[in-house]
Design a protein around this ligand. Sequence first.
Ligand code: BTN
Length: 249
Amino acid sequence: MTPWGSHVLSFASLDSTSRYLWRQAEAGAPLGTVVVADEQLSGRGRRGRQWHSPAGLNLYFSVLLRPSVKLEKVPQFALVAVAALWQALRTECSGLTIKWPNDLFCRGLKLAGILSEMKPGAGSAEFVIIGIGLNVNAGIIDFPLELREQVTSLSCECQKTFVLGLLLESVLKELAVFTEIFYSEGLGGSICDLINHNFYLAERDIVIQSGAQSIPCRAHSIDDSGGLVATVADGSKVSFNAGEAQLVK
Ligand code: BTN
């Protein structure tokens, strides 16, 4: 099993755990290396966004993989990670859902996000870095004003304080388990089932932002390759393999 957690580098403050781990990976850090920080000064989200990372309240960590899967399968690791996150937290917080491509939601609010980055190698990735930001003990006033209606934390949902180290341990444990499942059966078996059983977008009207395009459609499920299956305006079913989904209000 991938030894995630056997090599954890812990910091009070970093610019970004993913950026730090990238440098370590280039210098030869072993697979399974984890970098965690109490705060990030320049936490990064998808599509060039920032990830708000105040000190001591939440989990910000990145894990290193050196997988031997084909290049086109590498983006599926983000879905493996969100499924593992759901599994690790399911008993802590009820009503967790997964929003394609790889966010964890609760009551329609974002609880965690995943940033997956890779350095291409010959036929596969030289390495993959999965960065996870999980809102844990932040109260709503700890978020910037403009995010307050879109986000939540475990403590906002459950009215209790969580021990960050214990949560990290259980997420790392499930990441190891889910990575093994992915290597043995691919995304298409139990991982896909878990996501589709807890799929935030199922049968909702959404708009997919893909590059400069905005595509209105009705979302259904994810398929075996992690694509979002949706019905578009002309009635045909399409599988989207990249983009961001927004609910139509
Ligand atoms: C998203 O946009 O939803 C993805 C957010 C990912 C944030 C995490 S926090 C740990 C790691 N380090 C970063 O700079 N970003 C990721």
